[in-house]
Design a protein around this ligand. Structure first.
Ligand SMILES: Cc1ncc(COP(=O)(O)O)c(C=O)c1O
Length: 389
């Protein structure tokens, strides 16, 4: 079966929410994937910041296989060993008194956090323009893109919007009616937008002063992607609520809502639930991801290779700026040619994302080697030459 034949079958059976697939992938190994026509790609998107250890990593394969043959799933009437171990490990990484609620996705992690915010006794959530927090109705209410929201109004209310990165606007918007301020430490879907230095510290100070929760969405930035376990650590602050997903399971669906201090006690028995959240196989996969990041010293590696990618691209004439931290890389183009660049890169065997008309996003596996990064830079520079011409 060719890519064209699979695509036709896809269109005949799968709802058309994602448009036409770019290709049909059949196999992955390390930082590479192959399509149904046998073409090889260097995967600089990693399932959108998901395949932290690349494709088919033996640690995940072994952990999942071992857990599935031991105990695959139980209801949440029961606890399992990997679930407890993962919760403990996440609490250890947070380094403060925290508790975890497991989910299956980023949107669901944010739904849990949204419910935590309501349990403060206040309802208002202050959110940044340009934000993306997911597509479920609650998460969508906190997502800024009008085109995503409009068909589904009315969404859950009492949401206020502030410009991203503007501490003065946050100061003006937050008062004693605010339950939570929700921020991405770096806005991923908006095209890897980094706020000015001091922004997260200001958000921490303002929310503390008004007794509002500081809720950080680290679904895209968390679990090593920026060279720290959590991007907020790089600002020296501690939030009240953190949401994770994407890289946590390295490709096995899992999300988590972490709450620190008093926020960890707001959800009480009966307030929230999920059938699959905290599933034994998914939590075993996440433990393998975290253990491998630790044993292979990937946090340092992520900084080195991320800087290599940025350095390699920053002086191309079409590039106005390179953004992000670690292996969340934004490439800001001088002209709205990101869609053309993404297509040309795909044709040249490199998977990247056009997050906006001007911004390319790279979120490769954290295991991307320096040789692979050097190859990526060489090909992407010629792709940028091609689309500039
Ligand atoms: C910052 C952020 N939050 C939430 C989500 C939603 O996660 P999911 O697609 O797993 O529901 C995403 C997905 O791109 C994201 O980048």
């Amino acid at each position: 079966m060719t890519t064209a034949e699979w695509t036709e079958r896809y269109q005949g059976a799968v709802m058309n929410t994602f448009g036409t697939p770019q290709t049909v992938l059949v196999r992955g190994e390390g930082s590479h994937v192959w399509d149904a026509d046998g073409k090889q790609y260097l995967d600089l998107l990693a399932g959108i910041a998901v395949n932290a250890l690349g494709h088919g990593h033996p640690a995940i394969v072994e952990a999942v296989t071992q857990q599935l043959t031991t105990l695959g799933h139980t209801s949440n009437f029961f606890a399992t060993e990997p679930q407890v171990r993962l919760a403990e490990k996440l609490v250890e990484l947070v380094g403060h008194d925290a508790r975890v609620f497991f989910t299956n996705s980023g949107a669901e992690a944010n739904e849990a956090a949204f419910k935590i915010s309501r349990k403060t006794g206040r309802t208002r959530v202050v959110v940044a323009e340009g934000s993306f927090h997911g597509r479920t109705m609650g998460a969508l209410a906190l997502t800024s893109k009008e085109a995503y929201r409009a068909p589904f109004e009315p969404l859950p209310g009492d949401v206020s919007w502030v410009p991203y990165g503007d501490a003065a606007a946050l100061e003006a918007a937050v008062d004693e009616t605010v339950a939570a301020v929700l921020i991405e430490p770096i806005q991923g879907e908006a095209g890897v937008v980094v706020p000015p230095d001091g922004y997260l510290q200001a958000a921490r100070e303002i929310t503390t002063r008004h007794k509002a929760l500081l809720w950080l969405d680290e679904v895209q930035t968390g679990v090593g992607r920026t060279g720290a376990w959590f991007a907020y650590e790089q600002s020296g602050i501690v939030p009240d609520v953190v949401t994770l997903a994407k890289g946590l399971g390295g490709g096995i669906p899992i999300g988590a809502c972490l709450a620190i201090g008093e926020a960890a006690t707001l959800l009480q028995p009966g307030n929230h639930g999920t059938t699959f959240g905290g599933n034994a196989v998914a939590t075993a996969a996440a433990l393998a991801v975290i253990a491998t990041i630790e044993t292979d010293n990937l946090l340092g590696h992520v900084i080195t290779v991320g800087d290599q990618l940025r350095r390699g691209l920053v002086d191309h004439p079409l590039v106005a700026d390179v953004t992000g931290r670690g292996l969340l890389v934004g490439v800001v183009l001088r002209h709205p040619l990101a869609a053309e660049a993404q297509k040309a890169a795909l044709a040249a065997g490199i998977i990247i994302n056009n997050a906006t008309p001007e911004r390319l996003r790279l979120a490769p596996p954290l295991v991307l080697s320096e040789n692979e990064a050097a190859h990526a830079v060489m090909v992407l520079r010629s792709v940028l030459d091609e689309v500039s011409a």
